[in-house]
Design a protein around this ligand. Sequence first.
Ligand code: TAP
Length: 453
Amino acid sequence: MVEVINPATEEVIEHIDSATAEDTDAAIARAKAAFPGWRDVEPSDRARLLRRLAEALDAEREKLVRLESQNVGKPIASAQGEIDMVIETFGYYAGAPERLLGDTIPVSGGVNITFREPLGVVGLIVPWNFPLQIASWKMAPALAAGNTFVLKPAEVTPLTALEFERIARDAGIPEGVVNVVVGPGSQVGQRLAEHPDVAKVAFTGSTEVGRKIMAGAAETIKRVTLELGGKSASLVFADADLEAAAAAAPAAVFDNAGQDCCARSRILVQRSVFDDFLDLLQPAVEDFRVGDPMSEETEMGPLISADHREKVASFVPEDAPVAIQGSAPDGPGFWYPPTVLAPVSNDDRAAREEIFGPVVAVIPFEDEEEAIRLANDTIYGLSGSIWTTSGARALRVARRIETGVISINSNTSVRVQTPFGGMKQSGVGRELGPHALDYYTEIKNVYLATEEG
Ligand code: TAP
């Protein structure tokens, strides 16, 4: 039995039965049985069903928002944005079934025709930080391409995934196409990675578990896509609009209490404006509104658990260079205040490891070369930002940063229409945009001989 807790109050909000490896096998069998039927649904009918699913999610928006906010402790405004993206993601991929086109390639003696075919049963394993949003990035393209799936949410945040399963059924998605299994990663997740009837695993979570999934998938040569950790940098050049960069910096790292793989948890600032930047950052951090997630005004809620708070706090020992610290409520809830460490060396633990909490390291650099070197001096490569008023510099630096996504004078990381994913140990593959469909289909190449005899 899983006790589902509200991290803002520490109250138990639900009890859920915990599934085993055998329950996972049963769900995989249901998905396998449903696959041929779903694969053969006419593209226009599959598109219609996905549009209907997007509408059904929209009709249940308020309930999903409340559940996500309560289960993760996230501000209600953030939960609204996430559920809106879930709805948008299903709307976007509802356009895909009728646009999964192949090529016609004339060759000697005939012609080759390619088809984009679904993989079969896919296993989807997601973390607790953006539960339904991250799941939707996988579920929507998987369904659009004609796959069936088994989704494993994190055990601590299963509520919106279970609601989704019900909503999909009510919207007319055929029995067995959508399956949600709540249970521990070591059993349910590992089983999905190793099961011979699962054609692919799409995972979001830690780099450590990503490695295990890749190893588990190796036995049956499964396709894998992995969205893993990050240690992304915001590069602030002396020619930047410093006020804009400082005003945007808190949300870039404290959003979702820093439990965000795209968090810009390193801010690299050109030394000539280092102190000016910190002066501008101070009020922005101190004014960041931390508190009751149900208030529309709140910008940051608690961390997910007491254990996780302990891990975050370990990055701020007694002698840490705390330059700025915001506030956090007393009393129940796993609160931790927004914290700025400065100046920090890129070799310090706070600059090297993913903290996954509201703690940011501010690091000085001399010139463009050093900024690029420091930004790339990490095992990760997921996201990042460049703050400069020089368009040439912005593009020049963006091309040299080893990262899957980077934004200029902005903290944007994800849009439904554009590819998202990591370089280096931040992952394999891309989600969202048209590119995601490549990871849920195989290309079949058919040769038709047109010469007689
Ligand atoms: P993980 O511990 O990696 O858990 C992610 C998911 O994997 C959970 O559903 C978990 O299940 C499951 N899992 C655990 N062990 C498994 C195993 N041996 N085999 C298969 N599945 C297993 O991450 P987390 O603690 O939820 O999230 C924090 C980490 O995820 C951070 O490092 C963060 O960077 C990363 N993250 C990355 C991204 C992107 S987009 N790159 C997004 C969010 C989070 P249970 O927890 O239920 O046991």
